[in-house]
Design a protein around this ligand. Structure first.
Ligand code: OAD
Length: 250
């Protein structure tokens, strides 16, 4: 079945210079990082409103930080997979390439991707509640919970977007700019239900881009997508890459 989609995809990519990729937690699933809504998903085990809202942080900053510290541990032990590596290789394959991710795990950059738009922030970054300054710390586990700003001693929070918070304006603008200026957008490993991220493929399609979904399961985007690859990112993306290379160097 996947073979049936490969021909049309290669034909499409032949006419394409500008490629964008939007990823969600599914791309990191094969690295051992839990997704949010699957059977083993984080939101099946934890209540978002107790751990991922500004109110939760006000109520119990230590509890929220313990949860992020646990996630930092999982992510810190994880390695980028073939899916991340293929996306990183595409920077050199397509004349214009851009990456937008909902993930906070930083695995795209570790795989070599330059300049991803991180819509929901980054778990390795901490933000001072008083000054708003953002610092990076790879310490796992964190020595002090909650951690304090080295500059002013105020409490630090994870530099991530919580439920009920707006995405950073310039980050969102850049994501829409990239979406509206591509010919093909790959949408990989996202349930495509959390907005505004889920609006990006729609914006791309409105601007004339073709949408290619890579996901083992159907999503609300599947109906709109021009091509759908039902499978794991770590298998499908390298397969696409292999066919692209074969085509370039038969
Ligand atoms: P979800 O957990 O909602 O969706 C993960 C998607 O990945 C599902 O559609 C799975 O079918 C798919 N998937 C699972 N394994 C895969 C694999 N190996 N290859 C490809 N796809 C696979 O995660 P997101 O869509 O990322 O936001 O969730 C979006 C946002 O909701 C997150 O950024 C987070 C969450 O609440 C915030 O925390 C602000």
């Amino acid at each position: 079945m996947i073979e049936n989609e490969l021909g049309p995809l290669l034909a499409l990519l032949d006419r394409t210079t500008r490629v964008a990729v939007l990823t969600g937690s599914g791309i990191s699933a094969e690295s051992g990082i839990p997704t949010f809504r699957g059977e083993q998903g984080l939101w099946r085990q934890f209540r978002a409103e107790e751990l991922a809202t500004p109110q939760a942080f006000e109520r119990d900053a230590r509890l929220v930080w313990e949860w992020y510290d646990w996630r930092r541990g999982i992510i810190g032990r994880a390695e980028p997979n073939e899916g991340h590596r293929t996306i990183s290789a595409w920077q050199e394959v397509f004349p214009s390439f851009s990456l937008i991710t909902q993930n906070i795990d930083g695995l795209h950059e570790r795989a070599g991707s330059r300049d991803p738009v991180e819509l929901h922030g980054n778990i390795w970054k901490l933000r001072c509640l008083r000054e708003g300054t953002v610092t990076e710390s790879r310490e796992v586990p964190l020595r002090s919970l909650p951690p304090l700003c080295p500059g002013c001693g105020a409490m630090l929070r994870p530099h991530v977007v919580w439920f009920g918070e707006a995405l950073e304006g310039r980050v969102l603008e850049e994501a829409f700019r990239r979406s509206a200026s591509c010919d093909v957008m790959f949408v990989v490993g996202t349930s495509a239900i959390v907005h505004p991220a889920a609006s990006l493929p729609l914006a791309a399609a409105d601007s004339g881009a073709k949408i290619v979904e890579v996901n083992p399961d159907p999503t609300p985007l599947s109906r709109t997508a021009d091509l759908v690859f039902r499978g794991k990112a770590g298998q499908i993306l390298p397969l696409i890459q292999q066919k692209l290379i074969q085509k370039l160097r038969p």
